[in-house]
Design a protein around this ligand. Structure first.
Ligand code: NAD
Ligand code: UDP
Length: 312
């Protein structure tokens, strides 16, 4: 049994990770400011004696005495939420990384960073391998997130080089599933909630931009494999589903699977919105034997079933 800290543990991905770690018999400390997360996501775990919830902002130093592994997921992931207070988003990524790294240094814990495909910005190399350095606007409205996550990767590597910490970095590509907040603002939850409510589906721009969507369970399996891999496997490692779809294709799938009569409406394309994104997951396959197993339609169906219980 390990003592494991999950920052951002009450969020969408964090709560699925906490579920798996508790199932495996570990002691889990779920630390979260509840900015975008919700206690409801971990409600079923709260009676388990191995589970503790700590309401805390990672921008403030973290005082945990004993910990074997740290998963650092704390950070709003939806553009709407990370742009709400961009300065705090940057602090969350950068000062938050410093605080978890200091904790790892003090305790000797192995430490995992949830990085992002956004480190590639609006990529000119397609699909994106890990050795592509990216195309990020340093001063745009997405930069608080993109540059914050890039700086966090730098800090992880500098702590590894300076203090010999055991680090693991995953670059997550768009992931969806049950427990995304209904008001999350990301495309999959927006389209599903809109379709179930009979509202127009809001397609930003002409909808020809692409994304590759991974189902949450697949991703969490990848997290666990990376954390338990040999110390020489530090990453960064891309994780995502290489199936690539336009936003129009996604909207049409959601309409078909929900049986909704909603229409598509075009809304302005947000500034710096990446035109295309697809992970090259060769490294994850080779080093971890990991690849997604849940196709988009299957994952969408499960997510739709979840949202039917949320959107009354
Ligand atoms: P989410 O918004 O549901 O979860 C983020 C969690 O972090 C929430 O519970 C939130 O309350 C918490 N949080 C935010 N700021 C905090 C702070 N300062 N201190 C403590 N807690 C804080 O998003 P998610 O999709 O579950 O994302 C989890 C992690 O994975 C994030 O780090 C995100 O950047 C990364 N990621 C996710 C995706 C994806 O597609 N889901 C893609 C790339 C990267
Ligand atoms: N998008 C959309 N309608 C929405 C929300 C998002 O068309 O209601 C588009 C958005 O412009 C982007 C893509 O969907 O091109 C994915 O957006 P999301 O916010 O989910 O993730 P990210 O842009 O961070 O990849």
């Amino acid at each position: 049994m390990k003592r494991i800290l999950v920052t951002g543990g009450a969020g969408f991905l964090g709560s699925h990770l906490c579920d798996r770690l508790i199932e495996q018999g570990h002691r889990v400390m779920c630390l979260d400011s509840l900015f975008t997360g919700n206690r409801k996501n971990v409600e079923s775990l709260s009676k388990n004696p191995n589970f503790t919830f700590i309401k805390h902002d990672v921008v403030d130093p973290i005082n945990v005495q004993q910990v074997d592994e740290i998963y650092n997921l704390a950070c709003p992931a939806s553009p709407v939420h990370y742009q709400f207070n961009p300065i705090h988003t940057m602090k969350t990524s950068v000062i938050g990384a410093l605080n978890v790294l200091e904790l790892a240094k003090k305790t000797g814990a192995k430490i995992f960073q949830a990085s992002t495909s956004e480190v590639y910005g609006d990529p000119s190399v397609h699909p994106q391998p890990e050795d592509y350095w990216g195309n990020v606007n340093t001063i745009g409205i997405r930069s608080c997130y993109d540059e914050g996550k890039r700086a966090a990767e730098t800090l992880f590597f500098d702590y590894q080089r300076t203090y010999k910490l055991k680090i693991k970095i995953v670059r997550i590509f768009n992931t969806y599933g049950p427990r995304m907040a209904a008001d999350d603002g990301r495309v999959v939850s927006n389209f599903i909630v809109q379709a179930l409510k009979g509202q127009d589906l809001t397609v930003y721009g002409d909808g020809s931009q692409t994304r590759s969507f991974c189902y949450a369970d697949d991703l969490v399996e990848g997290f666990l494999r990376l954390m338990s891999s040999g110390d020489d496997v530090v990453g960064p490692i891309n994780m995502g589903n290489p199936g690539e779809f336009t936003m129009i294709e996604l909207a049409e799938k959601v309409l078909r699977l929900t049986g909704s009569k909603s229409k598509l409406i075009n809304m302005p394309l947000p500034q710096d919105d990446p035109k295309q994104r697809r992970p090259d997951i060769t490294k994850a396959k080779q080093l971890l034997g990991w690849e997604p197993t849940i196709a988009l339609e299957q994952g969408l169906q499960r997510t739709i079933d979840y949202f039917k219980g949320v959107v009354a």
